[in-house]
Design a protein around this ligand. Structure first.
Ligand SMILES: [Zn+2]
Ligand SMILES: [Zn+2]
Ligand SMILES: [Zn+2]
Ligand SMILES: [Zn+2]
Length: 382
């Protein structure tokens, strides 16, 4: 696994940093070559293969198809061509130089409905780097990237910069026409050292994992172990990736920032041990009925989540449906809490499961009292 992670980071030995422009150019090229989506794909594949022995053939096929669709979508999201150009330079009195640049990118237009390519579009993405001299070379101190809300256009997305939407003053920008995040500045500062974000999980020692599928209960334990293993794999992969990225990072970024980054990374590993002890996933219930078993596993925060949100400290439940095939219990489906009835699982939201709204029969559930989206299950397939 580690050797794959190494392949993702190009080996850069002695980039040209003899002028502010050269440093910025080489730094941007390095950033482009990282392609973090490859890391993501690799991880999903690993977790997929790891879980395979515990899945029914049907579920495995379904997962494989999902994976294929995602890879295809990621592939299509990549720029078809990209041209980097330096467009301005301002020399500050304090020895710092601000370099403005743009990336002219051609991308596939993806139809949000079909997720298929529907033409191509051009984008001009603005960047700004503040550099200064460290010894004989120029190094990066600050990085500004296209504002994520407007994609670096600077104009309001709600009204396309016209100030008017749906025949009235645009609600998003209050008629000001500028993006409400960058106020027309097009850029947002990228923090080179961020609090959190990696959410590593580090085990204290060697772990052993169950592979037993002989009973529903044993399979539940095996699935719990797989959830832990998935998080550990992700964590290990991220750690290797960061360690490897640090090598070129040190060549481009001013030493104080690198030091802060290294300290933050070291702290993250310590926190990862704590996180592993405190927040590990737990088995909430195992229930057998009608020849199937339902296993609920609770995870905390970003544990094992591939797409993460910052400050997520909440509990997340996943229900696994197990099916008996000959003498073993296999994973056959994955369910998530139904969004339609999350406050009162399984019950109709309009009437809170009473079947009545005032004196009237509830029109939401037509008197069935059940949530119409999940038919009273409280869970929905992924
Ligand atoms: Zn607007
Ligand atoms: Zn903006
Ligand atoms: Zn109702
Ligand atoms: Zn529901």
């Amino acid at each position: 696994m580690i050797c794959f992670a190494l392949l993702l980071v190009p080996w850069i030995q002695d980039p040209d940093r003899s002028s502010p422009e050269k440093t910025v150019q080489a730094f941007v090229e390095f950033g482009d070559s990282l392609a973090p989506e490859n890391l993501f794909i690799m991880l999903l594949k690993q977790v997929d293969e790891m879980q395979r022995f515990a899945r029914t053939e049907e579920f495995h096929k379904k997962k494989a198809k999902e994976f294929e669709d995602l890879s295809e979508w990621l592939e299509q999201s990549k720029p078809i061509s990209s041209k980097f150009e330096i467009v301005g330079r301002v020399d500050g009195k304090d020895g710092r130089v601000t370099v403005d640049s743009v990336k002219r990118v051609r991308k596939a237009k993806i139809d949000p409905q079909t997720r298929k390519k529907a033409g191509e579009e051009d984008q001009t993405l603005p960047y700004r780097h503040v550099v200064r001299k460290v010894g004989e070379v120029w190094m990066v101190e600050e990085v500004y990237e296209p504002c994520p809300l407007c994609g670096g256009a600077g104009t309001c997305r709600g009204c396309q910069g016209t100030g008017t939407a749906h025949a009235r003053e645009c609600f998003s920008c209050q008629g000001k026409k500028a993006c409400s995040s960058c106020h027309g500045g097009k850029l947002r500062k990228r923090e080179l050292v961020k609090e959190g974000g990696l959410e590593l999980v580090e085990p204290d020692g060697e772990m052993t994992f169950s592979k037993d599928l002989s009973t529903a209960k044993a399979s539940a334990q095996t699935l719990l172990d797989l959830s832990i293993r998935g998080a550990l794999e992700w964590s290990a992969l991220l750690k290797t990736f960061v360690e490897r990225v640090l090598v070129p990072f040190r060549l481009f970024v001013v030493p104080e920032t690198v030091k802060k980054f290294e300290e933050r990374f070291a702290a993250e590993k310590v926190e990862g041990k704590e996180r592993f002890r405190k927040n590990r996933p737990r088995l909430e219930s195992v229930e057998e009925r009608d020849g199937q078993a339902y296993v609920v596993i609770v995870t905390v925060g970003n544990w094992g989540r591939f797409i993460r949100s910052s400050d997520d400290k909440g509990e997340h439940r996943t229900r696994y449906v197990l099916k008996q095939v000959e003498t073993r219990w296999f994973l056959d489906a994955e369910h998530h809490p139904c969004w339609g009835c999350r406050e009162t699982p399984g019950k109709c939201r309009s009437c809170k499961g009473t079947g009545k709204v005032g004196e009237q029969d509830c029109t939401g559930c037509k008197g069935s009292k059940q949530c119409s989206q999940c038919k009273g299950e409280g869970w929905r397939p992924r």
